[in-house]
Write a protein that binds this ligand. Sequence first.
Ligand code: FAD
Length: 376
Amino acid sequence: MNNAIKSPIIIVGAGAAGIGMGILLKRLGLPFVIIDKGEVGASFLQWPQETKFISPSFTGNFFGAVDLNAVTPETSPAFTLSTEHPTGRQYAKYLKSLVEHYDLPVVTDVEVENFDYDEHDDLPFVLDTNQGMHFASHVIWAAGEFQYPHYGNFKGAEHCTHYADVWAWSDFIEDDNLCVIGGYESGVDAAYQLSRLGKKVTLFDGSNQLNFHSSDSSYSLSPFTRDRFNSVKSHIKVVNAKVMSIEKFDDGGYTLTTSEGEKYSTNTAPINCMGFDSSTKLIEHLFEVEDDHLKLNALDESTLYPNLFLAGPQVQHDKALFCFIYKFRQRFGIIGEVLSERLDGDKKLRESIIELYKQNQFYLDDLSCCDDECHC
Ligand SMILES: Cc1cc2nc3c(=O)[nH]c(=O)nc-3n(C[C@H](O)[C@H](O)[C@H](O)COP(=O)(O)OP(=O)(O)OC[C@H]3O[C@@H](n4cnc5c(N)ncnc54)[C@H](O)[C@@H]3O)c2cc1C
């Protein structure tokens, strides 16, 4: 196949990070192409049907408080979708409306399978895809996490249904006694959704997340999740032990054994909510790795290969995790500004757009604020 894309900038991923970055680059007048293995908002389209955003959307934009789930300063999912907690499918609609409005160059069904660097070429980043080789001098990796489910390291994990593979919670209508593994956001969401359907749910919260409180939403359950859990908690059995193994029997049943040696039986594949790995496993050979995450310089760029940037929830600087949209969008301005400088973008345009991004908290360069606790 010979559909080679050659572009000064390729953005990999048409999710919240890729589309948000694309809009900024378009406004800066820079040349780029966005590629995605699926369609715009593909990850959001794969969320379980009833699952909603935990961070609220609200139309505060014109009083300086941009909707927490917006990826550009002048838009608001609350306004576009008329809801406070969009479902994944609704949010994908918001992203698609942005692509149309800003007329972004998105090429769909292009999956990056390998990624390399050829120092002898003008366009040294080589993206080996299912549609042939693509080449760029600058890459923004925004391929997210959702499509890379994490099953955990316990024996029998493969017998589970992962949260990312649930199409709709109503698909469990025939089942009764359900086991959910993992007490963080997706586990509590699963337990809540199933309990609302009248199911008997056992939630295995091995790291005691339900009782952990921090003022940083990256580390502890959101208020929306706690409210929902509290509304059904009398119907959920919480087990504060890790699942160590799952055995599957010929009659279709399963037995879970915990770190306390207790056994639990169910006739339905346990629902695995151990989170997500990262698409960054496809690019980690081009980065230094530090404490399990990619090491970035102050511009969210590889410390080994200049002009390779990371955008999205995998961005981490020390303890500051940028795992929510309202967090990682604050790094868009940093990447946009440096790309405009390096590619000789229009200086006046750059200054005015970056100023706009700064005024709207889409440009965070002082990370000292990200490592503190609220006082009340
Ligand atoms: C159930 C759930 C609820 C959440 N609630 C919230 C919330 O309330 N607020 C919030 O801020 N965040 C929330 N998050 C997190 C949020 O969804 C992610 O942080 C966000 O989607 C990350 O955006 P992204 O663009 O980096 O990744 P994605 O949205 O996953 O987009 C990545 C894109 O890259 C594409 N892609 C992947 N691999 C490749 C490849 N190899 N080649 C080409 N393309 C590729 C995918 O098809 C996808 O379209 C939630 C997550 C989940 C799972």
